[in-house]
Design a protein around this ligand. Sequence first.
Ligand code: FUL
Length: 473
Amino acid sequence: MRARLLFSALGLLLTGCDTTEDSCELSPALAPVRPATSTSISASPAISAPLPVPSPRQLVWQERGMLLFVHFGMNTFTGKEWGDGRESPQQFQPLGLQPRQWVEVAQAAGFGGLIFTSKHHDGFSLWPSAYTDHSVARSRWQDGKGDVVRQVTDACNEAGLPCGLYFPLWDRHEPSWGTPAYDDFFVNQLTELLTGYGPLFEIWFDSAHGENVAVPPYDLQRYWNTIRRYQPEAVIANAGPDVRWVGNETGLAGKTQWSEHDGRWYPAECDVSARPSWFWRRREDGRVKSVNTLLEIYFTSVGRNCTLLLNVPANARGVLPGTDVQHLLSLRAALDRLFANNLAFGRSVSASSFRQNDPGWRPEHVVDEHPDTFWTTDDDVTTGWVEIDVGPSRFNVIEVEEAIAYGQRVEAYRVDAWTGTRWRTVSRGTTIGQKKLDRTNLVITEKVRLVIEKSRANPAIRHFGLYEGSCLP
Ligand code: FUL
């Protein structure tokens, strides 16, 4: 009910997924109807991990699924994407800043956290930094006494929504940029943010620079040490050791997607804007990505072992614009509807084998909806199958998850459906990881099997789901 109440509180009428591009209706769904999970099931026993594994902070981060990115700052008022740092602080004048609305929308739409631009390349700091003359303290907004970072972090903390901060390496206002003194400036500002605003779950370093800009030798290790010192639970993304950029800004991960990278655990994040630009521009109010496009992005990011960082900019009033909000809530409704009924949940299961014949690793764990139980085989067994008797069923979406706490193992898999006389392959793929979503033609069957064809170590599968979606991109 919570999602519904918030919809009406936000004064939104959700009648369709998109009046312009989408062909099928998406009315708001109730909160997801997940099958009840048995609390009596305890976690599967640990297994050895001969591969790189996530740190605790990375593991928590990879469970977050979707994150809301909010771009807001000087560019919101100048209409630029990259300010040059010579903008007058007087131009920053939000008339009705409401970070609580951002947080309500993020929670209603099911985001696992919010990341906010504490400053952008123009260097205009949205908190009253003691280390620059280019900040909200020099604006007329709230007589120069305002602090946007405070308002955003407070709103998140009050609502229990994890908050992260975007922070660029390239500061076009700061005179010391490009000299060794810049590292001190950078660490000083970073320390203000890390120590003054409560817990932060992610620091998003933007390493973008203009085309002809000579990138100076930033002391990244010192920046990382500062974050570890003051916010040890925060992941450091992009120019950082915990989270890597997927390599484009379109929300598109490769079909083969390893969280292991260069011999270490380094999962990918897909950042993409719901609009053509990262910052709000009135002329783009009619160019918000359709719900179908957002759903497609969900499949190609979250559904390919990545975290999705989806940007919705706040407008010049300081609120998330109505169309964008409507699309986010409709996306949530579409996801809730699609994943409400796992046809494999609780069904009877058999497997080629399971580890030491110990029930802690039995194949039923792939359909128990318990995040900490999994099916695995003996150490030397790197292929195998799990068969699920689903009863008369129709599906067109397959969801598979590995127990990534023990590394990412599977290199090739397929899903077969029983035709009545033989197995027919309905989907095949390479990597699985945190989550893999495959779309298929409508499959009508009574039995399904997940076949692990190749794995770097004994496979460890924690979840298998089958769903029927009527409105898939
Ligand atoms: C890029 C920036 O240059 C864009 O303006 C935006 O902030 C995006 C998220 O990262 O690299």
